[in-house]
Design a protein around this ligand. Structure first.
Ligand code: SF4
Ligand code: SF4
Length: 56
């Protein structure tokens, strides 16, 4: 399980990177990417995204 990031909405602000307790998110080329193997599906990142790009 993992969250889904809508690349069209993501602006690369990195709020979700700081909000993830297990450091599952990286921003590469201005877009956030989730490591599915690391993500524990807690949903914390979705609340940090100003663009509502993250869905669970
Ligand atoms: S759902 Fe939780 S563990 Fe997964 S990427 Fe978001 S903050 Fe990190
Ligand atoms: S918080 Fe949202 S807009 Fe910012 S990098 Fe993460 S997914 Fe992209």
């Amino acid at each position: 399980m993992s969250v889904t990031i809508d690349a069209g909405k993501c602006n690369g602000c990195e709020s979700c990177v700081e909000g993830c307790p297990v450091s599952a998110i990286t921003v590469d080329g201005g877009k956030a990417k989730v490591d599915d193997d690391t993500c524990v599906d807690c949903g914390a990142c979705a609340g940090t995204c100003p663009s509502e790009a993250i869905s669970q």
